[in-house]
Design a protein around this ligand. Structure first.
Ligand code: B12
Ligand code: SF4
Ligand code: SF4
Length: 249
């Protein structure tokens, strides 16, 4: 049976050797199977509505994607184990040694944007990435393509696309914020995450909305400190951090 018949969903494949020298140092590195040969990569769209949420980024407006994606990957692993009982399949999402944007682009799921995000044809960059690393060899093409390089993201970004200063990271900081950081959060009006470069991107225009029910059913158009932070992507930092940002508004 072919892999696409087994999985019955869209995916791409990246050869492991392409990323093995660029692995991210994280706790989960040790979980990569011995003799890893391929990475099966998936993109999970999460844009629920065309209009932007009032005071947070789009990824913060839906349920925490980690368990949602993890559950889907586990189901794929179960199917793969059935057809390939002698191989190993290990799922990862975000907290992953795999440089996910590059693996997904190499797997043909989209192009790498100047803003560092994977941009897919169907959903633009509003997709989460998840992957399964395996010792099964799956032939793959592996050509990384880049975006149209129009520069709109650079023009719109308040920190010149500098990842060290990225506003998304600033909203997640536990320590006391500098005056400049506080001003940045206030000016951009997001209590969690940042979508400025993504919203400016022409390759995100007129794309499809998500069909993933776990995201559609949990959508909130704004953050309110009165609502439960349970199962939301900001909970891992503790409620105090997002409430601090909210008070700046
Ligand atoms: C850390 C991180 C962040 C940090 C970045 C901090 C930093 N200093 O880098 C912060 C908090 C800022 C952040 C913000 C966001 N993030 Co983030 N983040 C990650 C995470 C966990 C790791 C990224 C990383 O460190 N990569 C390694 C570094 C070193 O990569 P790099 O700087 O690009 O350098 C590499 C390239 O130069 C590369 N390279 C160049 N050419 C080639 C060629 C090949 C073949 C290879 C292999 C590599 C390669 O080599 C270097 C090393 O790999 C990934 C998940 C993952 N495991 O990949 C999610 C991830 C990238 N984030 C994601 C999201 C959604 C976001 C936000 C949109 C959230 C939001 N709305 O606020 C923003 C967007 C900011 C932006 N414009 O990128 C998604 C992106 C989905 C997509 N469509 O691309 C990911 C993939 C998580 C997921 N599973 O869905 N993020
Ligand atoms: S997420 Fe915001 S701060 Fe970070 S690179 Fe994009 S526009 Fe700049
Ligand atoms: S705004 Fe332009 S340069 Fe930036 S990621 Fe989109 S297409 Fe690429």
């Amino acid at each position: 049976m072919m892999l696409n018949e087994i999985l019955n969903t869209d995916f791409g494949v990246c050869e492991y050797r392409l990323i093995e020298n660029n692995l991210i140092n994280c706790r989960k590195k040790a979980e990569i199977p011995e003799n890893a040969k391929s990475v099966i990569v998936f993109a999970f769209p999460y844009k629920v509505k065309n209009e932007k949420p009032a005071n947070m980024s789009r990824y913060a407006a839906v349920a925490d994607y980690h368990p949602v994606v993890e559950n889907k990957l586990k189901e794929y692993v179960r199917l793969l184990n059935k057809y390939y009982p002698d191989n190993k399949f290990v799922p990862f999402v975000d907290n992953s040694p795999v440089p996910e944007v590059y693996a997904a682009a190499a797997a043909g799921l989209g192009v790498v944007g100047k803003n560092g995000l994977l941009i897919t044809e169907k959903y633009g960059s509003f997709v989460f990435i998840g992957e399964i690393v395996t010792d099964l060899y799956i032939p793959a093409e592996n050509k990384i393509k880049e975006c149209i390089n129009c520069g709109a993201c650079l023009k719109a970004c308040p920190v010149g696309l500098n990842k060290e200063k990225c506003l998304s990271a600033v909203t997640q900081k536990k320590r006391e914020l500098t005056q400049k950081e506080q001003r940045l959060i206030k000016e951009n009006g997001s209590v969690w995450g940042c979508d400025i470069c993504a919203e400016a991107c022409p390759m995100n225009k007129n794309k499809e909305l998500t069909n993933i029910t776990e995201f559609i059913n949990t959508y909130r158009s704004s953050y309110s400190p009165d609502e439960s932070p349970e199962n939301r992507p900001y909970l891992w930092r503790g409620k105090a951090v997002i409430d601090r940002n909210n008070e700046l508004m």
